[in-house]
Design a protein around this ligand. Structure first.
Ligand code: PLP
Ligand code: ZN
Length: 469
């Protein structure tokens, strides 16, 4: 079929159109237009920059100032329609928070996304210097395609279906490709995903497993993003993070909703999150804000700490400069491919959030990232991909600089699984990954130091002779 036309500055509808009412069917005497308990929760789209309103649709850019669009809710209607009890009575997964999401009804089909564990991480916390019971890991390595991207894709894909698209696409730094491919498969849509040609083979293979067309592009993520804009317009495809970006971005709020619910409907003192485009980082803050506005949690200050790799840290650099201008990084140079966005769409908003919340945005060397991946695995049994290493290394840096105190209740968002970047953890140990694996010192009996032993004969004598007893 021919898909719905995508947005270009000239074809955006100027005035917001009414959208379908959500919630219970209005009964006699209750007007859907005025009663917050029945009127639509979703008010429309709005420019993040100049606040110009737009209608709900596959629109993503403001025709007046070219700023990005975001979803606006009728907060009175949300407050009237949502409750802790209703959320708690629902099945696990992101759709338990339906009233806080930009979809009228929970989709009947799709992957089981969200409700990932919040793990108390005392051993890692002690290693860093935090008091007992103060560090938690939001383990988003356990989503269907092993990263938090399943959350954002689920929302964009649900909207793609309601808008009538038949092809789901994305411009990916890696994890988004798998998430888009799997969501499309589950919904019976076609998937075409665009990735940097230099991407880790495990991530390409992952997307192929779901029957997607994978297009490696000789260029950076920013080159792919520009190409995607053109293809979205020409082909009428639903690019989850381009023309469906306002809806896609809302998916990251579900991390905030889950963290608050898992803490017993409370907000933590600190969130530590990785930053690529800055969407996840800023939308977790928005999620907390909306929980407060809906009357689901008490308001309290939350510091937002963001982390980037040294080899692609335009947002951390802007934060450190004291200004708010983001200088794009033309050629990212880091093992952290998942965060290699040189021209981050939400960089400016991320810097503003770090400053307003008393947090910070740090950048960490690749060696510290690899070390943090190993340390996280060793102390907590969680195997993270490179973005998770950046988060843990960023947490340590923020602790050392005093932004995070020993008694702060900290939630670190571990957003991707290490099986996607199996060699990254050996970075900086010298030689190839195989050499590093063999070279890890093996001191039997000393807790925490593992390593690959030499093969042994299947006998106890051989085992004892190898010094493993
Ligand atoms: C595992 C992982 N974590 C975090 C991010 C950062 O996402 P954002 O672009 O929303 O800042 C990405 C982006 O690709 C990612 O793959
Ligand atoms: Zn605007």
């Amino acid at each position: 079929m021919t898909a719905v036309a995508t947005t270009s500055p000239s074809d955006v509808v100027q005035e917001p159109k009414p959208v379908r009412a959500s919630g219970p069917t209005p009964d006699a005497g209750r007007s859907p237009g005025t009663d917050p308990a029945v009127r639509s929760r979703i008010a429309g789209l709005r420019c993040k920059n100049c606040h110009r309103p737009e209608a709900i649709g596959p629109h993503f850019v403001c025709p007046a100032c070219f700023g990005g669009l975001e979803v606006v809710y009728d907060r009175d209607a949300v407050r009237a329609q949502v409750s802790r009890a209703a959320i708690e009575a629902r099945d696990p997964g992101i759709w338990r928070y339906l009233e806080l999401l930009p979809v009228d009804q929970a989709p009947a089909r799709g992957l089981a996304v969200g409700s990932t564990p919040l793990i108390r991480a005392d051993r890692l916390g002690a290693d860093i210097g935090l008091a007992s019971g103060r560090l938690f890991l939001k383990d988003d390595t356990r989503n269907p395609t092993l990263s938090f991207k399943d959350r954002v894709v689920a929302i964009a894909a649900a909207r793609a279906v309601t808008f009538g698209f038949d092809t789901l696409a994305c411009a990916s730094t890696g994890n988004l490709a798998g998430a888009t491919a799997a969501a499309a498969a589950a919904l019976g849509l076609r998937a075409v995903v665009f990735v940097p040609a230099s991407l880790e083979p495990a991530k390409i293979d992952h997307a192929l497993s779901f029957g997607a067309t994978v297009v490696p592009v000789e260029g950076t993520y920013d080159d792919i993003n520009r190409l995607s804009l053109e293809i979205a317009d020409e082909e009428g495809w639903a690019f989850v993070n381009v023309n469906l970006r306002p809806f896609y971005a809302e998916g990251s709020k579900t991390l905030a909703f889950e963290v608050a619910e898992q803490l017993g409907w409370r907000l933590p003192d600190v969130i530590v999150a990785p930053i690529a485009s800055g969407s996840l980082y800023t939308k977790v803050a928005r999620g907390f804000e909306e929980l407060v506005a809906a009357g689901l949690v008490e308001d309290k200050p939350v510091k937002f700490v963001g982390s980037q790799p040294d080899g692609c840290s335009p947002v951390a650099q802007a934060f450190a400069s004291g200004g708010d201008e983001i200088h794009p990084v033309r050629n990212p140079d880091t093992i952290v491919r998942s965060l290699a966005i040189g021209s981050p769409a939400d960089g400016r908003y991320a810097v503003a959030l770090a400053r307003a919340s008393g947090g910070s945005i740090v950048s960490v060397p690749d060696g510290a990232t690899a070390d943090a991946i190993r340390r996280l695995g060793r102390t907590e049994g969680v195997f993270a991909e490179t973005a998770g290493g950046v988060t843990v290394a960023g947490l340590e840096a923020a602790y050392r600089s005093g932004v995070i105190g020993p008694d702060d209740e900290v939630v670190a968002l571990i957003t991707g699984n290490g099986v996607k970047t199996p060699d990254a953890k050996w970075y900086g140990l010298g030689g190839s990954a195989d050499e590093a694996r063999a070279g890890v010192p093996n001191h039997p009996g000393s807790a925490g130091s593992g390593g690959l032993a030499s093969p042994i004969e299947p006998s106890y004598t051989a085992f004892a002779r190898a010094g493993l007893a």
